[in-house]
Ligand binder design. Sequence first.
Ligand code: HEM
Length: 411
Amino acid sequence: MSDPTLLQQITDYSNRHDPYPLYARLREKPVHHDETGPYVVGGYHAVRALLHDPRISSERRNRTAPAELPGQEGGDESGTLPPNFLRLDPPEHDRLRAITNRPFGPPHSPRRIDGMRGELQTIVSGLTDALDGDEIDLVERFSYPFPVTVICRLLGVPREDESRFHGWADVLVASLDPQPGQDVTERDRVAQQARIELGLYLNGLVEERRKSPGTDMLSQLASGDAPEGRMSNMEVLSTAALLLIAGHETTVNLITNGMLTLLRHPEVLERLRADARLAAPLVEELLRYEPPVQMLPGRTPITDIEVAGTTIPKGASLWLMVASGNRDPERFADPDRFDPDRVDNQHLGLGSGIHSCFGAPLARLEAQLALAELARRLERPRLVEDPPPYRTNAVLRGPRQLRIAIDGVRP
Ligand code: HEM
């Protein structure tokens, strides 16, 4: 089978429920490439090395090869906002990430995320209380509303505006997930409209917070003076939009993939129900075994580079297949086994190197609390459909719906 056919199969929707055998074939060669397609790397050590390689750029303008995936050109900026730091190289990346980190994590804000634990638990308990009926769609009723509420609280969006914020997030997340037969022009128009409305809304909020700052992240981004300098209004907006987008569907998919995997491994579900301390190693293993971000398709070498005898030319499109690296037998023993007791679990599920997930402590905490709560409170949960229907997106992979039959919800 020739290489492009393999890549086409990987992105083909019919394989979305189980791309892992295809990744195994991908790893048979260190670099896959055909005349026109991207260069694709799937081995753990090579992917990790490239994520740490300063010759690999995340900036669109360095790529001369065309984009292969729908939406790859656009993302959240699409001409309305300056590029966010996910899509910038140093030194701009480092400056913006450092300023964003001051109100978020150590050393300046070591308690921001742990300080949200009680609030997150309240949100999770509230969503679980509302799971009535004998069959639920976990995505709609739980996984989906949770992360956007959390981002609102983190940024400091007033409670009364949360539902508007949810509406914009819905549209933007849907625009990442092209549906076959969909009117693309109309979808882009609706997404652009949501982007503008969200931008205007955030702009108003930033102005308010500059005048009278609170303790929320947006206030601190808008009014703070870091040694790295201050963000412009546009930079604050693009960073806020990044936090919303990067932390939304990823977290939805981690929770949903998590529950799906637990229902396929009832003995692990039972262990988690009996002891919530299993949640931490379990979430790490999930990030390895079913990572919500399957691949990083937006990389470009800024100079010709050599990987295991293949030259990847400057300006080429380079795809780093993190989900494949996570199943590489050269790095993980028995990689296709879901094993929450695995030690030395340095997966690539949250990336690696300078762009490694900024929101990682929050993502981990959200998933741990969510899965522990569901395990403890759902009575006799059973999958109604296995595999469940997936979203079309091959990059941010996860079920569109997860129907679970339950006997009730424990108090
Ligand atoms: C389970 C949930 C999540 C997963 C699987 C995930 C995964 C990732 C991955 C793989 C990257 C690396 C991207 C790259 O190298 O190009 C990344 C970057 C990023 N993530 Fe997450 N993420 C999650 C949740 C979050 C949350 C909750 C937030 C926000 C609070 C967030 C904010 C970011 C940001 C801002 C970046 C860009 C970092 C940079 O460029 O320096 N993520 N994430």
